[in-house]
Design a protein around this ligand. Structure first.
Ligand SMILES: C[S@@+](CC[C@H](N)C(=O)[O-])C[C@H]1O[C@@H](n2cnc3c(N)ncnc32)[C@H](O)[C@@H]1O
Length: 194
């Protein structure tokens, strides 16, 4: 499966798919990055790295992970002089180090088994920011595979004891040829033992 994913994403990045070009960073990342005390950040499924670049420009040291070497090469090129280290990994298998990052971002990528590992990878007081698309009756765009779309309030269901939800929001964007609803969440680790 992961090899199929890699081939698909490599092809999109090679073709320079307009949707895949770097735009602005995720709104919750822009809002919450200034609230983080440390400067060690992780961008999972970074693609060509709009969020990693935003963080590095705000003095974070960023590890950026993705399965697509083509996307990562574009990020390396765009990030010359910035403190971003790219790693080609399959996030279906990857085990992030625990208690390591002050800020983690996962945008436009849904890998349900990975979410508890990302929470564990936060340093005490670290913040996880996630946003991605929902399976929602209000969507007018082609929805693709519902396995990769969030259920109602789904992000909230991952925030367990030892973490606090700082902000949760549902909002619509123009994407995939129509309107799509998204969820975004920012959650902070409040215990040291997780
Ligand atoms: C829609 S893009 C999101 C890119 C970036 N996070 C953003 O919001 O701009 C999804 C990314 O997930 C990556 N991806 C898909 N499956 C993956 C896997 N199993 N392991 C690592 N990365 C994966 C793709 O290569 C692609 O870059």
């Amino acid at each position: 499966m992961a090899r199929v994913d890699q081939a698909r994403w490599d092809a999109r990045y090679t073709a320079g798919d307009r949707q895949m070009r770097n735009g602005d960073a995720s709104p919750f990342l822009i809002a919450f990055a200034p609230q983080v005390s440390g400067k060690h950040a992780l961008d999972v499924a970074c693609g060509t790295g709009r969020n990693a670049i935003f963080l590095a420009k705000h003095e974070f040291h960023v590890d950026a992970l993705d399965i697509s070497p083509v996307g990562l090469a574009k990020l390396d090129q765009a990030a010359a002089g910035l403190d971003i280290t790219t790693h080609a990994v399959d996030l279906d298998e990857y085990q992030p180090p625990v208690n390591t990052y002050d800020l983690i971002v996962a945008a436009n990528y849904l890998n349900r088994p990975l979410i508890p590992k990302l929470l564990a990878a936060l340093n005490p007081h670290g913040i996880l920011v996630m946003d991605t698309f929902m399976n929602d009756p209000r969507n007018s765009a082609n929805q693709h595979n519902p396995d990769y779309l969030l259920r109602q309030n789904e992000f909230l269901s991952y925030i367990s004891d030892g973490f606090e939800t700082l902000k949760y929001q549902e909002f619509s964007v123009i994407a995939k040829g129509g309107t799509m609803w998204k969820q975004a969440i920012a959650a902070r680790k409040i215990e040291t033992s997780k």
